[in-house]
Design a protein around this ligand. Structure first.
Ligand code: SF4
Length: 319
């Protein structure tokens, strides 16, 4: 469905959104079926050179104990995920120059031998680095644009510009990665028009997946006094993403579950078809805090079984 910005704004502001949710769910079923893809998420380093104003990992936050997992630890944790049924690993970190493309590439090559798909989420890189990692076997790259509103982007991201972000996404797409974008709902000074622009940008780039999450303020950041975003508005944005981009992969982002566990379940009737399960080892898990979250203890086998059962209870098919 091709909407104008004004039409998206009108839809986001509807008093009663129920019909749109039903339409999003119908389109989801018709285009991507009842499967819910479970991705294992491994946060392998919380070092970051950037200063994003909303993020607990930004380099000015001196209260965070930093960690890096060794390549061997990353591969052995991924192996455990593979033997417990996961088919995709998402390797996520801050922007940490310690892991050069060469080091990351070797990790990717080793994991490919486990017959797993690999999503990388390691921030902005140059063309050659993205190309090299693709050659090594990476399948997907996730780089959320966070907001498509230029002034807001620059306020939140003192280390980069929206144009640089979009350029990276275009390179990722051109190189043949399954391309993941995304944004936050409820950022300070965001309007429904901003959200409409975010959705338009995902479509314009041709994103294959999009993480649309609720803004949650972190106590050790400059945005600590800002209110959390609205889960209702997040679900509306996800539903419209499904209607505008019928075949896109849409995760139920963890931020929804932080505010309210029910919302994370509800999102599956609003168009979502993917869920990420953190498998970061317990010793590191609490240290990877972009925003505060409720952390269950990592037990890769038991978490997988529990999640599969939850998905089946929704009459969906875990994969
Ligand atoms: S959002 Fe990402 S790039 Fe920005 S400070 Fe946090 S980890 Fe670093």
């Amino acid at each position: 469905m091709a909407y104008t910005i004004d039409e998206i704004v009108d839809l986001l502001n509807l008093e009663d959104f129920r019909e749109v949710y039903l339409e999003a769910d119908r389109i989801r079923k018709e285009n991507v079926g009842d499967i819910v893809h479970i991705r294992a998420l491994l946060e392998f380093s919380n070092y970051c050179k950037r200063r994003c104003k909303y993020c607990g990992l930004n380099c000015t936050n001196k209260s965070v104990k930093r960690y890096r997992m060794s390549p061997e630890e990353i591969i052995s944790t991924t192996y455990e995920a593979a033997v417990n049924g996961y088919k995709t690993i998402v390797l996520q970190s801050g922007e940490d120059n310690y892991y050069t493309p060469k080091i990351l590439g070797e990790i990717v090559k080793s994991i490919k031998k486990l017959n797993m798909d690999i999503t990388l989420c390691c921030g902005e890189l140059d063309y050659d680095s993205y190309a090299y990692l693709k050659e090594c076997g990476a399948d997907r790259y996730l780089l959320k644009h966070e907001t498509a509103q230029n002034e807001l982007y620059e306020y939140l991201h003192p280390c980069g510009t929206l144009q640089e972000r979009i350029q990276c996404l275009k390179i990722i797409k051109k190189l043949g990665y399954e391309t993941g974008g995304g944004f936050m709902v409820g950022l300070p000074n965001q309007t429904t028009k901003t959200i409409a622009m975010d959705l338009m940008l995902l479509k314009e780039i041709g994103c294959d997946m999009a993480g649309i999450g609720t803004f949650i303020s972190h106590p050790n950041t400059l945005l600590k006094d800002c209110e959390h975003g609205s889960t209702e508005m997040t679900k509306r944005a996800v539903a419209l993403a499904r209607i505008m981009m019928p075949s896109i992969n849409l995760p139920a982002t963890t931020s929804l579950g932080v505010i309210n566990d029910k919302e994370k379940v509800d999102i599956f009737s609003c168009g979502a078809n993917v869920i990420m399960q953190k498998i970061t080892p317990n010793e590191y898990k609490a240290l990877y805090e972009i925003y505060p979250s409720n952390l269950a203890e990592t037990n890769i086998r038991l978490q997988r079984i529990k999640l599969e059962n939850q998905i089946k209870e929704l009459n969906r098919i875990p994969l």
